[in-house]
Structure formats: structure tokens, C-alpha cells
Design a protein around this ligand. Sequence first.
Ligand SMILES: Cc1cc2nc3c(=O)[nH]c(=O)nc-3n(C[C@H](O)[C@H](O)[C@H](O)COP(=O)(O)O)c2cc1C
Length: 188
Amino acid sequence: MAHKVLIVSGHPALASGSTANKAIIEEYKRLDPSVQVRDLGALYPDFKIDAKAEQEALTQADVIVFEFPVYWYQVPALMKKWFEDVFTHGFAYGTGGDKLKDRVMLLSCTTGSPAGAYTPQGPNSHPLDFYLNNYEQTAKLCGMKYAKPLIAYGMLYIPGVMDEKAKAAVIEKAKAHAKALKSEIDAL
Ligand SMILES: Cc1cc2nc3c(=O)[nH]c(=O)nc-3n(C[C@H](O)[C@H](O)[C@H](O)COP(=O)(O)O)c2cc1C
């Protein structure tokens, strides 16, 4: 069965300040032109989230991909605010709050650090899953299915500091990530 996929993009500046997330979303759109995308940075630069519009978009999808760059071991602030405003009582949880039940939550994220940094011996001390644990619990509380998070490590590109070769490498890895994301969703 073809899934109805919604990508919620948490990058604060996807069009102007992203290499990796932008390339992942562009490639995913190429692979599945029916995908819906909510670009939170473009929709809500003032952080004033239209919860009704977001809830409406969520209820039309059966697989919800949260696409974001890891900022301080978390989702970016705008995406965190999005969860607080959109996953409300009576919608996502509590009495009558069954609107997300059985839908899939799939985290798809990019990091600056390489995979080896997310180990007990590395500077980030723990696997990234450890930091993203609260989303697994959020999915559980809302009756959602939690898919295996898909992580693209080492996606740092700093314009003006790093060269074009570094940028091309990030874009290549982003395209491979989008393909892996499509395969994971197709197999659900
Ligand atoms: C405010 C901020 C915080 C960041 N925190 C982390 C972090 O905790 N761990 C990490 O691996 N990378 C971190 N990074 C690097 C970003 O994750 C990386 O630049 C991003 O995933 C690249 O995606 P983009 O090209 O779409 O922006 C941070 C970057 C910024 C700007």
C-alpha cells in the first residue's frame, strides 16, 4: 500500500540556511511527488503556529516524518514549540485525544558530528537515540507507532569556511539518506 507521507520540516531556514535537510527533502520529493511538506521555518518565522492547520495536515497522513537538524541534542526550538502547540489534549492525548492513533512517527535527522562522536568514548557520550528517547515516549502516549529513527551523521557544511567538495559530499549523503528514508517507509 502506498503511504500518505507528511514531512514536517523543523529547520528554521530551509531555503536559505540549509544544505543537508534541503537536499533530503528535495530528493524525497523527487522520489515521491505525492509527499506533503510543512516547512515550519517558512510558515512560522514568528513562532506563531497555526495548530488547527497543522492538526488538519497530520490527520491526512499515515506516516509523519519529522525532518530536522539536531541542535543541542534536540529538535530545533521551532519544532519543539510545534509539538507543544499541536500535540494538544483532546487531539493527541487525553479524553478524545485519539487523532494520531496508529499513525507512524519517523524521526529523520542530520547531525554535525560524525557517528563515532555519539559513543561512550566520544564527545557526545551517548548514542543519538538516547537523546531522542522522549519522542519514542511521546509517540507511545499518543498511540502512534514509532519507526526506527534515520540519522545522517557528519552533515556539517559551513559556507565560506568549508569548500565546494565538502558541500557536494553532504549533498550526496543527503540523497542517499532520502533513498533510505523512502525504502524504510515503503517497507512499513
Ligand atoms: C544551534 C546549533 C546547534 C547544533 N547542535 C548540534 C548537536 O548537538 N549535535 C550535532 O551533532 N550537531 C549539531 N549542530 C550541527 C547541525 O546538526 C548541522 O549543521 C546540521 O545537521 C546540518 O544540516 P543543514 O545543512 O540542513 O543545516 C548544531 C548546529 C547549530 C546551528
